[in-house]
Design a protein around this ligand. Structure first.
Ligand code: ATP
Ligand code: MN
Length: 534
């Protein structure tokens, strides 16, 4: 790197209060970040050369410890709720001072310039300062990587300061715990303290984009994956965590646009990110070859264990966490679209992992049903308890992404509704969860079948299919689908106990209705009529 480009980060960092800049590792290559991680004993290599780290106390995001500074301008625009938690400006100042003081005391730091938003019209320049080299590698993998020329005149707009080792004093800092992620739109800064979970970094930027793009650029921001077929047909996949966005968008027959965060403009779909962040629990080469083969030098694997006495990852082991992950840059997969900008979508999939086993594995939605489902944002996880009773835990998360949406869900829903209509998009609901009964009785839908259903849609093979209406959710279920046994298509057929099926379906319908009450006075009659029959 030329001295000119090194001078720029130092000058800018001094501007934000970082003075004692001793070894400052600027814009290191992945190999160097890997070497630094190994030198500091903060990670090891697995047998395929990927860097394996442990993120420490936190192995997932901590939504209750994420704050948005409620200053004069933001107080009235943010939709304050359990995910958008206000913090007073005086506490931001306090935490900022703590963070910069802490960074100034560190023996070395890693700084990286990168950007978000593949569409150059919306590019957002980011500078990240890390306590840990592995977290800097995460930023390299996940954000867009500027070229040397782009770095020459790089002007950072947003800053992320990430210090997992700094524990905050909640009383003094106005936080809930010793860890926090604090977003200030006024200072254009995200402070992450007390947690080493890398996902906070990417979802921090996602949160600000979910504010900036719809408000300032009229771009719909979406928690979805996206890919494009050979004929230029784009599909997008919305869904909450664990529903299959990353898994199902990795399709050897289609070009990947991105696996988690996208914008929908008047003329395209673009990726916010430059990498993928895939779950690795139970990963096998046979079922998910694209992700499996991305685990190589440069990939960063989190919170997995090795088979004893080896450096071979045991993907089945959830002893550290169920949320084991790997991040890798988009170019690690052979079929990534470069740049990650695709055509306007032809098909939208709403992915849900229904652990009650009552939603059909694939169904076609009317425009009203599509809006109803988007606003509902349903999935159900399996929540184990200490007793033997294991009940699925339903989640309704508006727009399939409530934890990351600073604006009222109505804003995103309105934009989606308008775009869906304008571009005449087909909308499908895909249950990647249970079939043949609820969790404990039935089993998860085979990935092979879910992939076949999606392929059938994308190849137009369901265009002339015969449909039947789901008796409870009123959605259209195809009677046949290539490469899928017909008996799995209608959930009722897969349950031995028909009464139990009906009770469970009605029960879930009731949950939908209850959840929707708070939106009822803000939507059209068409959307309200799309409610299931409880
Ligand atoms: P996040 O927002 O947290 O990144 P995601 O929507 O990207 O979540 P995935 O990483 O794709 O979720 O996780 C889906 C998980 O479910 C994977 O581990 C996948 O192997 C597993 N799975 C099992 N059966 C299916 C199925 N029928 N369809 C999709 N995924 C399945
Ligand atoms: Mn994902």
């Amino acid at each position: 790197m030329s001295t000119q480009t090194i001078a720029s980060p130092i000058k800018n960092l001094q501007k934000i209060g970082l003075k004692k800049i001793k070894p400052l590792h600027y814009q290191l290559h992945p190999e160097e970040l890997i070497q630094d991680t190994l030198r500091l004993n903060q990670g090891v290599l697995n047998d395929t050369g990927a860097l394996v780290i442990n993120t420490g106390e936190f192995t997932g995001r901590s939504p209750k410890d994420k704050f948005i500074v409620a200053d004069e301008t933001m107080a009235g625009t943010i939709h304050w709720n359990e995910f958008n938690i206000p913090i007073e400006p005086k506490y931001f100042d306090k935490i900022f001072n703590k963070v910069t003081e802490y960074i100034n005391s560190l023996p070395e730091i890693w700084v990286r310039d990168c950007f978000a938003n593949a569409d150059p019209r919306f590019r957002l320049n980011i500078r990240i300062v890390n306590e840990k080299p592995s977290n800097n590698l995460f930023a390299y993998n996940m954000f867009l990587r500027p070229t040397d020329e782009e770095l020459e005149n790089f002007d950072p707009e947003w800053y992320i300061l990430s210090v997992p080792g700094l524990k905050l004093n909640p009383k003094e800092c106005g936080t809930r715990n010793q860890n926090a992620a604090v977003v200030s739109f006024k200072h254009k800064m995200i402070l992450i303290a007390g947690t080493g979970y890398t996902g906070e970094i990417k979802k921090g930027i996602f949160t600000i984009l979910n504010y900036l793009l719809p408000i300032e650029k009229k771009v719909l921001s979406m928690h979805c994956s996206a890919n494009m077929g050979k004929k230029g047909d784009t599909a997008i996949f919305f869904g909450l965590s664990g529903t299959g966005k990353t898994t199902l968008s990795a399709d050897p027959g289609r070009k990947l646009i991105g696996d988690d965060e996208h914008g929908w403009t008047d003329d395209n779909i673009f990726n916010f990110e430059g990498g993928c962040y895939a779950k690795t629990i139970n990963l096998t080469e046979e079922k998910e070859p694209i992700i499996y083969n991305a685990i190589r030098p440069g990939a960063l694997v989190e919170n997995v264990t090795f088979y004893p006495g080896t450096n071979k990852i045991n993907f089945e082991d959830a002893s550290i966490t169920e949320n084991t992950r790997v991040s890798y840059p988009l170019h690690f997969i052979c079929n990534a679209l470069e740049p990650s900008i695709g055509n306007l979508p032809k098909n939208i999939f709403f992915l849900t992992c229904d652990a009650f086993g009552v939603l059909p594995p694939i169904s076609k939605l009317t425009p009203g049903q599509a809006m109803y489902q988007f606003i509902s944002g349903y999935t159900a996880k399996v929540a184990g308890t200490e007793s033997d009773v294991i009940e699925p835990k339903p989640t309704f998360s508006a727009c399939f992404g409530a934890p990351f949406l600073p604006l009222h869900p109505g804003k995103y829903a309105q934009m989606l509704g308008f775009k869906m209509q304008k571009h005449n998009v087909n909308v499908w609901m895909v249950n990647t969860g249970w079939t043949g009964g609820p969790y404990g009785v039935g089993s998860r839908m085979k990935l092979k079948y879910t992939r076949a259903m999606i392929t059938a849609v994308l190849e137009g093979k369901l265009n002339n299919a015969e449909f039947e209406t789901d008796p409870v959710f009123n959605v259209a279920i195809p009677k046949q689908c290539p490469d899928v046994p017909s008996e799995v298509l209608n959930p009722e057929n897969t349950w031995v106990d028909k009464k139990a099926y009906n009770d469970k379906a009605k029960y879930l319908a009731g949950l939908f209705k209850k959840n929707f009450e708070k939106y009822a006075d803000q939507v059209s009659a068409e959307v309200l009529e799309a409610a299931p029959n409880a």
